[in-house]
Design a protein around this ligand. Structure first.
Ligand code: C2E
Ligand code: MG
Ligand code: MG
Ligand code: MG
Length: 280
């Protein structure tokens, strides 16, 4: 019985499955094409000090504007780029582009770049970062690399060694999406991060959940004990800002301050953040 049911299910799902595979294959071809024709650009979202909303830096986030598909969100193409290995080329482009852009800003403003676990499979990542710094002339201390727990999942010595090599270049290392993985705390032991970014799922319903407030406070305390920065991601309301500030998060990032903006809009954004800070 189970066998025939299994076969019936297979027949039922088969057309859908092949359609999905087909769609995926098309997206992959488009992605390869997009790398050739420069369909990507970066947008930048401010990270500000929670105390006075002073600008600390920008996180670079990739955008893909496809001729027919329109804007394809990173959540839709980053996983595919990772599966196909295209993330190596794409990630290198992001590093070079983000450093070049940041080199145009004032020397006090940092840039944060997301790195995929797949990029750590390539020992040349360290050389790529060195090259991005050298070509742009960006002071290494102004570059922050954001990694997720997935990078440390295998916890292999090579990954940790690469993180130390990157740190030796003078760049900062941040742990992104902190708190949503399986053993966040143990990852903190494997490498001395410069910053914890508290995942926005904790920040999103701070107003409704006293538990989340307690958890955010615990994470901010942890950061303080370790002597590192804690950024609350996804701050959308004044209430959330007040709460994460009260919890002791050193920095905030989110739509309340600004959504990610294209490079051309940054001078105006930087000016308005500076003005807001004076007014505030
Ligand atoms: P992430 O690194 O955690 O980036 C933060 C995400 O939260 C961004 O989504 C940002 O637009 C969004 N966000 C910021 N403030 C708010 C807010 O107040 N409310 C809400 N609801 N969302 C907010 P985005 O740009 O769609 O990127 C999604 C993810 O894709 C990133 O998460 C990161 O994991 C990945 N990603 C983006 N760019 C790159 C890249 O250049 N390389 C790699 N490897 N991954 C990237
Ligand atoms: Mg990030
Ligand atoms: Mg994040
Ligand atoms: Mg994320």
């Amino acid at each position: 019985r189970a066998k025939s049911e299994g076969r019936a299910m297979f027949r039922f799902f088969e057309p859908q499955m092949s359609e999905r595979l087909e769609a995926r294959r098309h997206l992959e071809l488009d992605l390869r094409q997009a790398l050739q024709t420069n369909e990507f650009h970066l947008v930048f979202q401010p990270q500000v000090a929670s105390a006075d909303l002073g600008l600390a830096g920008f996180e670079a986030l990739i955008r893909w504007n496809h001729a027919f598909r329109g804007a394809v969100p990173p959540a839709d193409f980053i996983p595919l780029a990772e599966e196909t290995g295209l993330i190596r080329t794409l990630g290198e482009w992001v590093l070079v582009e983000a450093c070049a852009e940041a080199a145009r800003w004032s020397d006090s403003i940092q840039v944060a770049v997301n790195l995929s676990p797949i990029q750590f499979k390539d020992r040349s990542l360290v050389a790529t970062v060195r090259r991005a710094l050298a070509e742009s002339g960006l002071r290494p201390g102004r570059l922050e690399l954001e990694i997720t727990e997935a990078v440390l999942l295998q916890r292999d010595d090579v990954t940790i060694a690469m993180l130390h090599e990157l740190r030796a270049l003078g760049v900062r290392i941040a742990m992104d999406d902190f708190g949503v993985g399986y053993s966040s705390l143990s990852y903190l032991r494997s490498f001395p991060f410069d910053k914890i970014k508290i995942d926005r799922s904790f920040v999103g319903d701070l107003g409704q959940s006293r538990d989340n407030v307690a958890i955010v406070r615990a994470m901010a305390d942890l950061g303080a004990s370790l002597g590192i920065e804690t950024t609350a991601e996804g701050v959308e309301t004044e209430d959330q800002l007040a709460i994460v500030r009260g919890c002791g998060c050193t920095h905030v990032q989110g739509y309340l301050v600004s959504p990610p903006r294209p490079a051309a809009e940054l001078p105006a954004l930087i000016a308005s953040l500076a003005a807001g800070r004076r007014a505030g």
